[in-house]
Design a protein. Sequence first.
Length: 205
Amino acid sequence: MKLISVEEIKGCKDSGTIEAVFQELDPAGKGIMTETRTVTVHVGSNLRIIDYGITVYPVAPTLKFGDTKEGTFGIRLATSMTEDSAKGGRTVNAKEAVIAKNIWGKRSEWVDYDGSVDGKTVGVAIFDTPSNPRYPTYWHTRAYGLDAANPFSLHDFLHNQSHDGDTVVECGRPVHFQYRVVIHDGDTLSADIPGLYKEYVAEKK
């Protein structure tokens, strides 16, 4: 990947936005797609919100995202927050499934991962967006602190090799992905993650 241009940098009292264009290269160094990323950070009293948009423009006639569980939009949590830590973090999804092994490979509108940092309970939620491909997305969530929204992997998540999660994007028909990350105090319930998600969806209508 290489940076092509920075299209916008702006900020105000409670938010800031960066928009940049990148080119993705194959192993020979040939461009296969361009990618515009728009990141807006909002600051609140008990929340930090990151809106992350990605628009992909193929260079060749078609571009294929292959079926793999490794991806797509993910975060890694502090070790002390993880379910594997001595203090025992916790993951919850919109379907009220709890702990990573019950969330991995399942579809959900959001997943929240909370745990302890410096003796304080905090959490990070990822929100899927109704306009995204294969909404609500599948999740690659692990007890060691990985949480990733992944619309592409079907044969692993469904435990069936006959299911194909390959996604083909045609030149001239870009695909857009939009996610919201909510960094919050407290656990899922005290931060009202379900309520925040409803507000987010209402914003997108």
